[in-house]
Structure formats: structure tokens, C-alpha cells
Design a protein around this ligand. Structure first.
Ligand code: LMR
Length: 338
């Protein structure tokens, strides 16, 4: 069949479009990155993920769309890791305490008690050699590590005051996954129990567990303080995240897109780390004001007693995370990690 001039014109235009953009109709479809996490929007991680979305979409000129799913909307703790491996989501930022199922239990070294003396020491450590060493551990697992995001130091809570190590005796304490956390609570005589973050409020409310640990921003946004009568600002351990992507997905992206996304991640990381501390100061103040929970702040002698009770975990950890990461951590923090 011969084409009229007009038909020929539109066929040629369609062919040109196809050549420029691939199959018609596919062309303008943005690359979608599903970013799943388990905390509220109004937390350092929630805000960080939204900042990444804003910057990534801007820098790629809309070629990438970031869909953020907060609050375990898509997946709970364990499922989100499986979903990432299967490619059902592309990006996560789990607590490093949850990395053992990825085959990277070395990340649990960051959960060691009284490891970081302050937030600056944490940031410096994860930005340095240890941070790089840990991220490389993910390469063989089909995962690419992009950044460490800060949250802050853990508090601990129950329906009774937790002031001395003996106060923990026999309490069922929820932990998020780390064997290192399991050990430090056992040293206090508690019975640690792994549970998904999204199940914790109800578990506290119904007495399935007696207590937990977390940062002020997580307590406030999940309302844990409404079901725990006493909270202790102990700063006994640190909560941090590693932003991770499915390696196959990541390496399959065009180089320029990946570069733009890396730039967005870099800036979102600086942003998240810059707000984490203040977010937690504000959250603690809001919890205090709510009057729902009594806040206790450990004094130096009390902290020392906690640190001494938990100290054997550093030696124990060698069998769990290996000596190499402990030596690196020791160098970075000046803590006696072995
Ligand atoms: C927890 O499970 O307690 C935390 O890891 C939640 C989070 O992501 O901050």
C-alpha cells in the first residue's frame, strides 16, 4: 500500500520519535525507585527520604520518580530486606542492627554499647575507613551501600524506672535484630526479644514486652512514651541507618542518571545528619511536655555502672562481627572494642 504524503509525514515523525526515545509510549515513563522504610515521615529518616526524593527528581529533570513508603506501609523489617533482594523495592534505609539477614553481621559492630562518645564521633567514624569497609561487605550480597544516615542515641524504657543495671532483671525488652543489643541487655539480666518495629506499640501496650530502646524521635512519632511510664536517657548505644539499593538495579541505570542520584543522595545525607540531633532534642522535649512518661537522665556514676555491666560485650562481639571491624572501630573511636 502506498502512503499519501500526509500519512508518510506522520509515519516519519513517529519513526523519528521512536528512534529518539525507544518504543512509542514507553519513552516518557520515568524510572521509578520505591524507597521503603519503617518509621514516620516526621523523623530524621522520614525527612531524609523526602529530601532525597525532592533532589533526585530535580537533578534528573523528572527522569526518575522516587516513591517513598514510610511507616512499614509496604513492608515490615524483615520483609523489606527480602523485597529489596527480590527487586520489589529498590531502596531502603534499615537500621544497621538489621543487617545480619543480608549476610553482613559486621554492621552490628556499630551497636556496641558506649562506643561513640558523641554524635560527632559517630559521623566521623561512618564517614571514614570503617564506613567504607562495611559498605564493601555488601558488594558480594547483591546490595550497594550508598550512605550512612544518623538518628541518634538510644534511650531505654519500661513501666518502672531503669536507673541501675539491676532494674532490668527479668524484663522482656524488645530489640530490633542485633545480636550485640541482645548481648548487652542480657548482661543487665533482661530477656531481649526481636520484634518488628511496627508491632512494638501494641506489644508494649498489651505487655507482650515490658520495655524497649529507641531514639526520642521514634518514641514520639510511634507514641511509645504513651505506653511506657519511665524513659531513661542513657545514650548507651547508637541508632544509624545504611541507605542501600539493589545492586543490579543500580548498576543497570545510565551513568548520568546514577551520577545525579548520587549527588542527590550525598546532599540528602548531609541534610539528614545535620537535623538528626535537633530532631531528637525537640522530640525529647515534646515527650517531656506530654507528661505521659517520666524522663530520667543518668548521671555520670549511673552511666558508668551501665557501661561496666555492658563492657564484656565488646570482647564477646569478636566472635560475632570479627576482629577486623573492631580494630578499625577502635582506631576511629578510641574505644576499647577488643
Ligand atoms: C527499630 O526497629 O527500632 C528501628 O530500627 C526503627 C528505625 O528504622 O528507626
Amino acid at each position: 500500500m502506498r502512503l499519501t504524503r500526509r500519512q508518510f509525514g506522520s509515519a516519519a515523525a513517529a519513526a523519528m520519535l521512536t528512534a529518539a526515545y525507544g518504543r512509542p509510549g514507553r519513552a516518557q515513563q520515568p524510572i521509578v525507585i520505591k524507597f521503603s522504610h519503617v518509621v514516620a515521615d516526621d523523623t530524621p529518616k522520614g525527612k531524609g527520604s523526602r529530601k532525597f526524593k525532592e533532589l533526585a527528581e530535580k537533578y534528573t529533570g523528572g527522569k526518575v520518580r522516587i516513591e517513598v513508603y514510610p511507616n512499614s506501609q509496604l513492608y515490615k523489617d524483615k520483609e523489606e530486606i527480602e523485597a529489596l533482594q527480590l527487586g520489589a523495592v529498590q531502596m531502603l534505609a534499615p537500621a544497621t542492627a538489621k543487617f545480619a539477614p543480608l549476610g553482613a553481621k559486621e554492621f552490628e559492630a556499630l551497636d556496641l554499647p558506649f562506643l561513640f562518645k558523641d554524635d560527632a564521633s559517630y559521623v566521623q567514624t561512618t564517614k571514614g575507613e570503617v564506613g567504607k569497609w562495611l559498605m564493601q561487605k555488601l558488594d558480594s550480597k547483591g546490595i550497594t551501600g550508598l550512605a550512612f544516615w544518623d538518628n541518634g542515641f538510644h534511650m531505654a524504657s519500661a513501666n518502672k524506672p531503669l536507673i541501675t543495671p539491676a532494674d532490668f532483671q527479668g524484663l522482656k525488652i524488645r530489640i530490633s535484630g542485633s545480636k550485640v543489643a541482645d548481648q548487652y541487655f542480657r548482661r543487665l539480666g533482661a530477656i531481649p526479644q526481636i520484634m518488628a518495629f511496627s508491632e512494638l506499640y501494641q506489644a508494649l501496650q498489651t505487655g507482650v514486652v515490658d520495655g524497649c530502646e529507641n531514639t526520642p524521635s521514634n518514641y514520639l512519632t510511634q507514641k511509645f512514651h504513651e505506653v511506657q511510664k519511665h524513659i531513661t536517657v542513657a545514650n548507651h548505644a547508637h541508632l544509624q541507618y545504611a541507605v542501600i539499593v539493589n545492586a543490579k538495579f543500580w548498576s543497570g541505570q545510565p551513568a548520568d542518571i546514577r551520577q545525579q542520584l548520587e549527588k542527590a543522595m550525598h546532599e540528602a545525607t548531609d541534610y539528614t545528619n545535620s537535623i538528626a540531633q535537633q530532631e531528637n532534642v525537640d522530640a525529647l522535649e515534646a515527650i517531656r511536655k506530654s507528661g505521659r512518661s517520666e524522663i530520667h537522665v543518668l548521671n555520670d556514676a549511673q552511666r558508668k555502672a551501665w557501661a561496666e555491666a555492658m563492657a564484656p560485650v565488646h570482647k564477646w562481639a569478636e566472635g560475632r562481627v570479627g576482629k577486623e571491624v573492631l580494630v578499625l572501630l577502635n582506631k576511629a573511636t578510641g574505644s576499647a572494642t577488643q
